[in-house]
Ligand binder design. Structure first.
Ligand SMILES: [Zn+2]
Length: 242
């Protein structure tokens, strides 16, 4: 009781906290449920939906981009487990209905979509970003639109130059030797939060967690497949984020 009133009343408490070494502050624990998108987390900003720190940094970056004539617009950020499950199951049913073997269907899904429970979009740290000023026909998440002569070329050049200043890093780069998910020039991650979250996730038994899942297609996961998926799709990303 005494201690609590001291913390509430004393203005020096704030000073003391800000002086704590980083190590102590970064010791925040992330639960399995939180890392797998199965827990409600606090999200900030209409149309932004990111954790507080990532939201604040995004707004700063957005302001800077405005002054260079680019409107950073998030098309997708936080997704919970059941959203990702819906995406995965719909694709699995479509591909297998078209006559694909289950394993081939899963391999095709994981070119761009994650297995539910393993998406970085579960963390509230990652976002798919475009330039809202550009009028674009068809799918905005198409790598060609971010290249030479594409409508998002200026966006990509601006992000290459500036995003890391705000803590945002591309996850699925176009390095030729990278495996796992294909090049996604729209998918950025707020590194100060997502690096410790990936580390926490790696510390869990991901294979055992996925083996207990019941969604369509999950019954075809083998240990070897899951091991390769973790190695390639979860861990073969931009090295800045490891
Ligand atoms: Zn994404």
């Amino acid at each position: 009781m005494k201690r609590r009133s001291f913390i509430q009343k004393s203005s020096s408490a704030t000073v003391a906290i800000s002086l704590l070494p980083n190590l102590f502050i970064q010791e925040e624990e992330y639960s399995v449920l939180e890392l797998m998108g199965k827990e409600d987390i606090k999200l900030y900003g209409e149309g932004i939906n990111l954790r507080k720190e990532a939201h604040d940094a995004f707004l700063e970056m957005k302001k800077a981009a405005y002054s260079d004539g680019i409107d950073l617009k998030i098309v997708s950020s936080y997704r919970d487990f059941s959203r990702q499950e819906g995406i995965f199951e719909r694709k699995f049913i479509n591909y297998t209905d078209e006559g694909m073997e289950p394993i081939a269907a899963i391999e095709k899904i994981i070119e761009y979509s994650t297995i539910p429970g393993t998406s970085r979009h579960h963390w509230g740290t990652d976002a798919d970003i475009i330039d809202g000023y550009r009028k674009v026909e068809g799918d905005v998440l198409d790598p060609e639109k971010y290249g030479n002569g594409g409508p998002y070329e200026d966006f990509k050049l601006w992000m290459d130059e500036n995003s890391e200043t705000y803590g945002y890093h591309l996850v699925y780069t176009d390095e030729p030797k990278r495996r796992g998910f294909k090049y996604e020039p729209w998918h950025y991650s707020y590194a100060p939060l997502s690096i410790p979250m990936l580390e926490a996730f790696r510390g869990k038994n991901i294979i055992a967690l996925l083996e207990t899942e019941q969604f369509y297609g999950a019954e075809h996961f083998t240990r070897a497949f899951l091991r390769r998926y973790i190695q390639n799709n979860i861990l073969d990303i931009n090295r800045d984020l490891l």
